[in-house]
Ligand binder design. Structure first.
Ligand SMILES: Cc1cc2nc3c(=O)[nH]c(=O)nc-3n(C[C@H](O)[C@H](O)[C@H](O)COP(=O)(O)OP(=O)(O)OC[C@H]3O[C@@H](n4cnc5c(N)ncnc54)[C@H](O)[C@@H]3O)c2cc1C
Length: 415
């Protein structure tokens, strides 16, 4: 695997004659590339400090991922979003930003804009209405802070000399503070690019290997046929992989398995690793089966299991992997096999659905080269990276937006 990603052709790695004095060059105090969650938050904060801020976005509208997030209701933060919840090669990096801008700070902003919200579960806060309200709030704040947002703007090369010169298809722009907030690789059809990684490498920063996170698993052959036959069936379970466990729902799909438990565990999964699933987490299944053997000796195993699990799943398991006989005909060893199969159902995923459906990108710009206080690159004064572009990834449930807000806020105080 590459430790560093190749620089694509659209980023020009040059230190060339200063065109800053060219009258055709526009000048801003701060240029933010990417009008997503992190970029807008940073622009708002910088604008509030009186900085002249320009946001460049290549999509046709700002905050596109916010709009589709949380099933259209935007799970905008999590009450329990503390630094220890985040994955990174440099675990302590996120502490400073997350403690200076907390979920309560974002909630205060949401309340200021009278956006109704509720806790769905596990500290996850969602809009009662629509994610559009969060984008509207950010755009209203940006307008109040006199931030200029330029949509459908293609950014070309970035040159550095006494600041930065950014070439776009609309104009060349000079600035002393350049913030890269272009996110990760997830959902390329929505405008995701590896732009941040290329810029990081252009300026000598490391990029840790990236992979899709919070993503469904795919299966093939008989295992896929099994999943397809159960598509839409959901079961509460504990899914474990790579030393992490999540007690949430599993969902069968036409491509394999998904649901919150699987999305969570996918961020800890590596190729050829097994995922272990306890389908009856709060039950001593062997003891229960022995009791049922005494109480209902004539009942078939699938009838007993249908009292604990969705009937279609119990039937499919009995048809493919379990001895479906009358309880009285099952030996202790048989009961042990049934209990083991359902308490430690081991799955070897073929892979994931990839960036096409992944909610986040794991890995990214290595934080070792950045200030945790300001998000500024250590060796490149004026260059900042924020949001999902960095190697900081949260679990499902509002954590990734909290990182976007917090890192954007942190940089916004210094750009
Ligand atoms: C389907 C889905 C649902 C999600 N739901 C939730 C949720 O409910 N709660 C949660 O916490 N997280 C959720 N996430 C994750 C969350 O959306 C991201 O972690 C968050 O948006 C990251 O913010 P960001 O500003 O760093 O990047 P983004 O929001 O991705 O913004 C980056 C911006 O940069 C622009 N851009 C990219 N390349 C260029 C370029 N070369 N030039 C100019 N502009 C560029 C993009 O168009 C985009 O507007 C979800 C993700 C997905 C895909």
């Amino acid at each position: 695997m590459h430790d560093f990603l190749p620089v694509p052709h659209h980023v020009v790695a040059v230190t060339s004659p200063s065109r800053h004095r060219d009258p055709s060059v526009e000048r801003y105090d701060v240029v933010v590339i990417g009008a997503g969650a992190a970029g807008l938050m940073c622009a708002i904060e910088a604008g509030k400090r009186g900085r002249r801020v320009l946001v460049l976005e290549h999509a046709d509208r700002a905050g596109k991922k916010v709009l589709i997030s949380g099933g259209g209701r935007c799970n905008f933060t999590n009450l329990y979003a503390t630094p220890d919840c985040f994955q990174s090669q440099n675990k302590s990096f996120c502490v400073s930003a997350l403690t200076r801008y907390t979920p309560q700070d974002f909630i205060a902003l949401v309340e200021k804009h009278r956006i109704a919200y509720h806790e769905k579960k596990l500290g996850q806060l969602f809009c009662d209405g629509s994610a559009k309200e969060i984008v509207r709030m950010l755009l209203d704040e940006a307008e109040a802070a006199k931030v200029t947002i330029r949509l459908q703007c293609k950014v070309g090369g970035i040159r550095s000399i006494n600041g930065f010169l950014i070439e776009t298809d609309l104009a060349a722009i000079a600035t002393d503070s350049l913030v890269v907030a272009t996110g990760g690789l997830s959902i390329p059809q929505m405008g995701a690019t590896g732009f941040a990684y290329a810029v990081a490498q252009q300026f000598g920063l490391k990029v840790t290997p990236t992979r899709p996170g919070l993503v469904p698993f795919t299966r093939s052959g008989q295992a896929l046929a099994f999943c397809k036959s159960l598509a839409g069936v959901s079961i509460p379970c504990i899914a474990s992989c790579g030393g992490s466990s999540f007690w949430e729902n599993l969902l069968f799909t036409h491509r394999g398995i998904s649901g919150p438990a699987i999305l969570q565990v996918s961020s800890y999964w590596h190729e050829a690793e097994q995922v272990h699933i306890d389908l009856l987490p709060d039950l001593d299944l062997l003891a229960y089966l022995k009791e049922q053997q005494d109480a209902r000796p004539k009942a078939e195993l699938q009838t007993i299991l249908s009292m604990l699990l969705p009937r279609s799943f119990a039937e499919a398991m009995c048809a493919t992997s379990l001895p479906n006989r009358a309880m009285a005909q099952l030996s202790i060893k048989d009961l042990g096999v049934v209990a083991h199969t359902l308490k430690d159902w081991s799955i070897l995923p073929d892979g994931t659905e990839g960036y096409r459906t992944a909610e986040v990108t794991l890995g990214g710009v290595h934080t070792i080269g950045l200030s945790s206080k300001t998000m500024e690159a250590a060796g490149v004064p004026g260059l900042f990276f924020i949001g999902e572009a960095l190697d900081v990834t949260g679990p499902l449930g509002g954590y990734n937006f909290q990182w976007a807000w917090a890192s954007g806020y942190a940089a916004g105080q210094y750009v």
